[in-house]
Structures are given as structure tokens and as C-alpha cells.
Design a protein around this ligand. Structure first.
Ligand SMILES: Cc1cc2nc3c(=O)[nH]c(=O)nc-3n(C[C@H](O)[C@H](O)[C@H](O)COP(=O)(O)OP(=O)(O)OC[C@H]3O[C@@H](n4cnc5c(N)ncnc54)[C@H](O)[C@@H]3O)c2cc1C
Length: 445
């Protein structure tokens, strides 16, 4: 890595190029970003983004500054978490939230969403960020912090899926890390005892990491981890062995810290190839990035009307029993990945309706990967309708069927429109509703 001045100079040139392209642009066609890393939005058969005009930001891949004493990092938005972890670990530090797939980028984690097993203390990756540089639809370069005049932009670019501008640079916090993680697997036979254990660790903050796998309605595994200095052995799950299955079989495990972060990279609960023989021959070469690229290339094979269910939902902790009782009967699909998530603030991008009467400080993020749709129902829509009644939130990485009226019952229309008018009045990047609910399904906006 060059010195900070040289990196800053190179970065300024890249941003000037992006800004100029936007300022001089004559076309009125919608614009999407071309990154170097693959996208981690679920590939969709008729997504119009593939035919939209592209703005190339694939050179935004540098870590610009790593301040070991202050435990902060400044990076361009296309830096992937696998590269970031490798760089910060050299100084005994890691990002506070490391999404579990190697190719997720820091910019994508903010523009989309990001959760992982430190979320029960720290929320999402965006909750650990201190500053963003955002290029508006007209090419203006804004430095946004939670305190300055662009504070609403700072909050709203999270989860806006690039519709409020391009994040070109981020500053975020780091935490000390040790070389290994020891994971313990607590087995629970009921939702009640699983939840009680989550609540205990949430209150006591006595572990570094916490997530879980719900293998069935009567088999729950809570995985708690701690950084450790040394390990009697280490396991890897990037070839034949499948991490989520190991949580059922083992009482404890040790992983190198980077291997812990990316333990689900072969698929969280939807691992490919499915058989051990298939993984023996192909597993070494097919990580999440390769699989998603393949999914994008072969998207014409995917069902457009009843896509396979790949989604995750945030459920307020006090509503988990009610949700689960319904889910068990309606979906009858396991395993589920479960990530406890602390509500760090009353997020500006969510509607007042979501927060009205909501006392929960803790949510459970439940991820359903790979459920084939059966019968006449559209289970995406079934889930959306249930969440509207329950006050839960579905992340928009999935295929979305919301009507516009229902959509804004969850997302904050007033705040979104305020920022949109400031950063993309010409609608260069489409609106959030159009991009995530219409054009992603091939519908006109
Ligand atoms: C199968 C699957 C598994 C997943 N598993 C996990 C997981 O384990 N943990 C987790 O935290 N998350 C997970 N995710 C969610 C993932 O973190 C988010 O989808 C995230 O937004 C992906 O980041 P990306 O870098 O791939 O961005 P992309 O998918 O390329 O982009 C996401 C959106 O953000 C926009 N965008 C990207 N970069 C920028 C930028 N620099 N400026 C403005 N807008 C931008 C894009 O246009 C797009 O609309 C998963 C998603 C999928 C599909």
C-alpha cells in the first residue's frame, strides 16, 4: 500500500472521472454501476439492470488508509471484505461487521444490507461507518457524516441500492482481533430455550460472536464464538465439509479468524454442489462469487413468476413466537439461518409506522435460502403480507412483489424523497421502489 497522500491523489482522480461522466451525461437511460466484484443481489430472470447503461466504477478497489492507533480504515467502495480482512488482520484488527461472503464489497454492504454474528452488539456494517463520499446523479461530490449538513444523506444511502448516488469512499471503525475463533454449539430442543439463550448472551455481552441454525422446528443450534490466541486444531469449510451441518454434529470447533468470517462462503444453508462427491470434485472451485456469476449468466433458466425463495427477514424479538408459529405451518421449510441484530438507532430509512409502539432493542434476522415454491401461492408475497401485519422487515435483496402503497408502509417515503430531490433529482439511478420491486422483475417503472 502506498502512503495515504499517493492513495488519496489516485482516488481523487478516479472520483473526478466519475463526477465528470455524470455531469456531462446527455443520455436519459437509467444508469447502473459496473463493479469488479460480482453482485450479491439474488439473480432475477428478467432484471432490466442487465440492459441499463453502465457506469464503470471497477477501479474503486483500494484501501486508502489504515489508522492502527485510532482503529479506523478508509477504503474505496469496491474493496471486498476478503481483501479487507486480509489487510486489517496484519495489524491485529478487523472490520466490526464482516458479511459472510468473500466478494461482498464495503460499498455494497452499505448500499444493500449487511449482517453477521457481531450484529447482536453492533447492528449492521453501516452502523460502524463514520463517513461516506457520495457522488450525486449530477456529479456533485458530497462528504457525508452523521453530524454534518449531509447527515440525512449519510443515513439514507444505506439500503437505497444505489438510487441516491454512488458511494465512492467509506471511513469505518475496526476492532482488535486474535488469530483464531473458538465456536461452541449449544443445542436447544425448543424455540423458547433457544430464545432464552440468545437473550442471555445479548444482555451479558459475554461472547464475541453469536448466530444460529434452526435445523428443524425441534432442533435449534446457537453458535457462540470468541477470539482466541491459539487453537489445538483448525477446521475449514471451503471444500467438502459444510459449515452449517457441522453445527449439528459438533460441540465446538476452532477456525482461523478469516475462515470463521467466511465459513458460509460455499452457501449458508443452500450449499452447492449438494453432494459430498460433487463437492469433492468441484467444491474447491465454486465459492459464492463463482456461483452468483453462474446464476447471472444462466438467469434465463430461473422462474420469473415464482422464483425460488432466497430472502431474509428481520423480526422484532417480542414477535418471534408469533412469527415462528405461523412460519412453521405456512412455509414448512428448514434449515434457517438466524442472526440476532441490535437496533442501534431508529433508522431514518424505516417508516414511522415500523417504530410506532416498537419497544424491541433486539431483532432476529431469519434467512430462508433455496425453498422451491409449491402450489398456487407466491410465497414471497405471502411473506410480505405477513410482515406488514407483524411489523417485520424483509431486506430488498430478494425478489419483491410489494405494491407501491404497501412498500412505503415499511420504508420511509418522506426521508427518501427529501434526499432523492437533493442527490438525484433527474432520477438517473431509478427510484428505490422501481429498482427493487418493478424493474428487477422486468416490469416498467
Ligand atoms: C445469496 C446471498 C447471500 C447473502 N449472504 C449474506 C451474508 O451472509 N451476510 C450479509 O451481510 N449479507 C448477505 N447477503 C446480502 C449482501 O450483503 C447484500 O446484498 C449486499 O448489498 C451485497 O453487496 P455487493 O457488494 O455484492 O453489492 P451489489 O450486490 O453489487 O449491490 C447491491 C446494491 O447496491 C448498489 N451498489 C453497489 N455498490 C454501490 C456503491 N458503491 N454505491 C452505490 N450503490 C452501490 C448496487 O447498484 C445494488 O443495487 C447475501 C445476499 C445474497 C444474494
Amino acid at each position: 500500500m502506498d502512503g495515504p497522500e499517493a492513495c488519496a491523489c489516485r482516488h481523487a482522480q478516479k472520483v473526478a472521472r466519475i463526477s465528470r461522466q455524470l455531469a456531462e451525461r446527455q443520455s436519459t437511460r437509467p444508469l447502473v454501476l459496473k463493479k469488479r466484484a460480482v453482485s450479491h443481489s439474488v439473480p432475477k430472470a428478467r432484471d432490466l439492470k442487465y440492459s441499463d447503461e453502465k457506469l464503470d466504477i471497477s477501479d474503486l478497489n483500494e484501501i486508502l488508509e489504515l489508522d492502527v492507533a485510532k482503529r479506523t480504515c478508509v477504503a474505496e467502495s469496491g474493496v471486498t471484505f476478503v481483501d479487507l480482512v486480509a489487510a486489517t488482520m496484519r495489524h491485529g484488527l478487523v472490520p466490526i461487521i464482516v458479511p459472510e461472503l468473500t466478494g461482498i464489497t464495503v460499498g455494497g454492504a452499505v448500499a444493500g444490507c449487511s449482517i453477521e454474528s457481531m450484529s447482536f452488539k453492533h447492528g449492521g456494517f453501516h452502523d460502524t461507518c463514520l463517513e461516506y463520499e457520495v457522488v450525486s446523479g449530477r456529479g456533485e461530490v458530497l462528504t457525508c457524516t452523521p453530524e454534518n449538513e449531509h447527515r440525512l444523506v449519510f443515513q439514507m444511502v444505506h439500503g437505497a441500492f444505489g438510487t441516491l448516488g454512488i458511494i465512492t469512499r467509506l471511513k469505518f471503525k475496526l476492532v482488535p482481533a486474535l488469530p483464531f475463533v473458538k465456536v461452541s454449539y449449544q443445542k436447544h430442543g425448543s424455540l423458547g430455550s433457544f430464545k432464552a439463550a440468545i437473550w442471555r448472551h445479548f444482555q451479558e455481552r459475554d461472547v464475541d460472536f453469536m448466530d444460529g441454525i434452526i435445523h428443524s422446528a425441534s432442533e435449534y443450534v446457537l453458535s457462540t464464538g470468541r477470539f482466541v490466541d491459539s487453537a489445538p486444531y483448525t477446521s475449514r469449510y471451503d471444500w467438502v465439509k459444510v459449515y452449517y451441518q457441522s453445527t449439528r454434529e459438533r460441540a465446538e470447533d476452532y477456525l482461523r479468524t478469516p475462515d470463521y468470517f467466511f465459513r458460509y462462503d460455499r452457501g449458508v444453508t443452500h450449499v452447492f454442489p449438494r453432494t459430498a462427491v460433487g463437492r469433492f470434485f468441484l467444491g474447491k472451485f465454486i465459492g459464492s462469487s463463482q456461483l452468483l456469476r453462474l446464476g447471472e449468466k444462466l438467469r434465463w433458466l430461473l422462474s420469473a413468476d415464482k422464483p425460488t425463495i432466497i430472502l431474509d427477514v428481520f423480526i422484532p424479538f417480542s414477535k418471534v413466537d408469533e412469527f415462528f408459529e405461523w412460519y412453521r405451518d405456512e412455509f414448512q421449510f428448514f434449515p434457517l439461518w438466524c442472526v440476532p441484530y441490535r437496533r442501534v438507532r431508529d433508522y431514518e430509512w424505516l417508516s414511522d409506522r415500523i417504530f410506532r409502539g416498537l419497544k424491541d432493542e433486539l431483532f432476529l434476522d431469519l434467512a430462508i435460502y433455496g425453498m422451491k415454491q409449491r402450489g398456487p401461492k407466491n410465497y414471497h408475497k405471502v411473506m410480505e403480507d405477513k410482515l406488514l401485519g407483524l411489523g417485520g422487515i424483509k431486506t430488498l435483496i430478494a425478489t419483491n412483489f410489494y405494491s407501491e402503497e404497501d412498500f412505503w408502509k415499511t420504508w420511509n417515503k418522506g426521508n427518501y424523497e427529501l434526499v432523492k430531490a437533493r442527490t438525484d433529482p433527474g432520477n438517473v439511478f431509478r427510484t428505490l421502489y422501481a429498482k427493487t420491486c418493478l424493474t428487477a422483475r422486468g416490469l416498467p417503472s
